[in-house]
Design a protein around this ligand. Structure first.
Ligand code: GRF
Length: 221
């Protein structure tokens, strides 16, 4: 039985974006909404959350006039309490979709109970190859000739959820981690903007590991 997530009845969809660092993927989403207009793009960013204070991703949100929140793991007695606090802070903005864009923490049961099936992550490798925090470094060390990025729904594993879309990037002779990551992030930003817009505008279904976006979903019904 497929979990159906039909197109929002009153677009644009509300996006909450979680970041831990520079936030260039967040910026790509903000730029897409700004350039195309929230109605045409199908979504707008209503909140940006982080597990760290003072990161550039939060400053990008502030500059765009978007509310932010920070929930640091170290401020809670245990991981479950932090996870609950993160889930509550996110839920307070009533998002239709939550996007993990360079958010470097694994969320827990409470967060997934609230946002499972509408929590999207971007990962800088072609999953299931090179999951985890060092996807670019690991692909380089392995000697892969092609790597890339994956936008996927988050489940209770580390980078194991159903794949929505992927984009390939060649590894070039002489690449170091930073040069390769920059080229991957270029592809990643384009892919994320495209995927989030399509999820929001067209709806989607998740059946086991198979994600179908709007037009593909219609063909399979
Ligand atoms: C992205 O490559 C993301 O996949 C990885 O960290 C990077 C975040 O970049 N987990 P930014 O903060 O969006 O610039």
């Amino acid at each position: 039985m497929a979990a159906q997530h039909p197109r929002q009845s009153s677009p644009p969809a509300r996006l909450a974006v979680l970041v831990s660092g520079s936030g260039t993927n967040l910026q790509a989403l903000l730029d897409a909404v700004e350039a195309r207009g929230a109605e045409a793009y199908g979504a707008r960013v209503v909140a940006v959350g982080s597990d760290r204070e003072g990161v550039e991703g939060l400053r990008r949100a502030e500059r765009a006039g978007i509310p932010t929140f920070v929930r640091r793991l170290r401020d809670y007695p245990d991981r479950a309490a932090w996870d609950r606090a993160l889930a509550e802070a996110t839920a307070a903005h009533a998002p239709d979709l939550v996007v993990s864009a360079g958010f470097m923490k694994v969320v827990g049961a409470e967060f997934l109970a609230r946002f499972g099936g509408r929590f999207v992550n971007t990962h800088p490798a072609l999953l299931p190859s090179f999951p985890g925090a060092h996807g670019v470094r690991d692909a380089l060390a392995y000697g892969a000739k092609v790597t890339g990025c994956t936008v996927h729904f988050v489940d209770d594993g580390v980078d194991t959820g159903p794949v929505i879309a992927q984009s390939a990037v060649d590894v070039l002779e002489g690449d170091d981690e930073s040069a390769l990551h920059e080229r991957i992030k270029d592809a990643e930003r384009r892919l994320l903007v495209d995927v989030v817009g399509r999820l929001a505008r067209d709806g989607y279904s998740i059946e086991g590991r198979k994600v179908r976006l709007g037009h593909e979903r219609a063909r399979h019904q």
